[in-house]
Design a protein around this ligand. Structure first.
Ligand code: KG4
Ligand code: ZN
Length: 335
């Protein structure tokens, strides 16, 4: 079955064609990097307007590059839950018009479920149950994935998401936006032991996360250097900050796997593109005898192929939305 996926929950306008939730024929992603750089982050109203300008073009490009037309499409899946309300509305309105005019099933998808399915798309042999860490600009969530579409929330962030902490620290250090990839690259020239920043809640019994105290420690260390007129070792600060986040993410995920007796973990969402995070997971999982799975890089950040794949799984279970489908900016992931 050929599913058209549409994703506009934040700052990427994306459309994709995926066959049977497995084979990606196209996955077109238009980023709003120019706007992000201009405004130092996502401005919801401006992002929604850009989606409106791009959505038709992106859908057409997804069809053209796969050598398909709307006549070939058999279902439409769209992100309807979690994201910026104005942005979600653009994708949902587009999906509804295609579904109505072509009489195709419509499936509303939760954005986080999309990220979970990105890993399935890259790793068809990802087993269930497993522990899934979703780390993006908007979320840091630890989930117990019981079966294909049943999840138990084990922990979440109490303040900033991990990607948000990367973005805010990069901004504070005067680096480019989004901060995650910039800190990732800069850290490769730095010493990750140069500063001993705190690992918030790493030893706490709970599987929740918190990154605001870490951010404060980094900004304090930077300001102390400035006050003392000392050199500003940006690469060392970046590498030490990144290491603190990575340590917490890896240690809590492994603890969740051990507590639940899971033999596999999957890591998904934009921050999964981070090289050091992947390295640290691989090292620790090898030692602990746990298998670790990551999506390929093009499926880490927001994209519509993951939405088409999650939508196909829901459709197979008979879960179809109707034309009343509404957007839910902060809906929890259904369990
Ligand atoms: O999943 P995503 O595209 O959008 C959300 O759903 O939030 O994730 C974007 C986030 C941004 O915060 C960005 O800084 C972060 O993912 N990110 C990274 C890297 N690439 C993207 N963080 C750390 N290292 C990276 N290489
Ligand atoms: Zn995302």
């Amino acid at each position: 079955m050929l599913v058209l996926g549409i994703e506009t929950s934040c700052d990427e306008t994306s459309a994709a064609l995926v066959v049977d939730g497995k084979e990606v024929l196209s996955n077109v992603i238009a980023t709003q990097l120019d706007l992000l750089r201009q405004f130092g982050g996502v401005v919801p109203e401006i992002a929604a307007r850009r989606h409106t300008e791009l959505i038709g073009y992106v859908i057409k490009k997804a069809l053209d590059s796969a050598g398909k037309t709307l006549d070939d499409v058999e279902a439409v899946a769209v992100t309807s839950k979690q994201g910026l309300i104005g942005c979600l509305l653009v994708g949902v309105a587009a999906a509804k018009s295609i579904s109505y005019s072509r009489q195709l099933p419509l499936i509303g998808v939760h954005h986080i479920e999309g990220h979970i399915f990105a890993n399935r798309l890259s790793n068809p042999r990802l087993p269930v149950p497993h522990i899934c860490l979703t780390v993006s600009g908007g979320h840091t969530m630890l989930l117990y994935v019981q079966d294909s579409v049943r999840y138990e929330l084990l922990g979440t962030t109490l303040d900033d998401a991990a990607g948000e902490a990367f973005d805010k620290i990069a901004k504070f250090l005067g680096l480019d936006f989004p901060g995650g990839p910039v800190i990732d690259k800069l850290s490769r020239q730095g010493n990750r032991k140069a500063f001993s920043f705190p690992r918030p809640m790493m030893r706490a019994r709970t599987l929740d996360f918190s990154f605001s105290g870490l951010k404060t420690s980094v900004t304090n260390a930077f300001r102390e250097k400035v006050a003392r007129n000392e050199d500003l070792p940006l690469a060392d600060i970046a590498a030490s900050f990144q290491e603190a986040i990575v340590d917490v993410l890896v240690s809590k995920t492994i603890r969740a796997a051990e507590e639940r007796g899971a033999s596999a973990v999957s890591v998904t969402g934009g921050v999964t593109a981070n090289k050091r995070l992947r390295e640290a997971f691989q090292e620790t999982c090898r030692r602990k005898g746990i298998e670790v799975f990551f999506p390929e890089l093009s499926l880490c950040t927001d994209n519509a192929a993951m939405i088409a794949t999650a939508g196909y799984a829901r459709l197979k279970r008979g879960e179809i939305s109707d034309l009343n489908l509404n957007v839910l900016p902060s809906a929890p992931l259904e369990v």
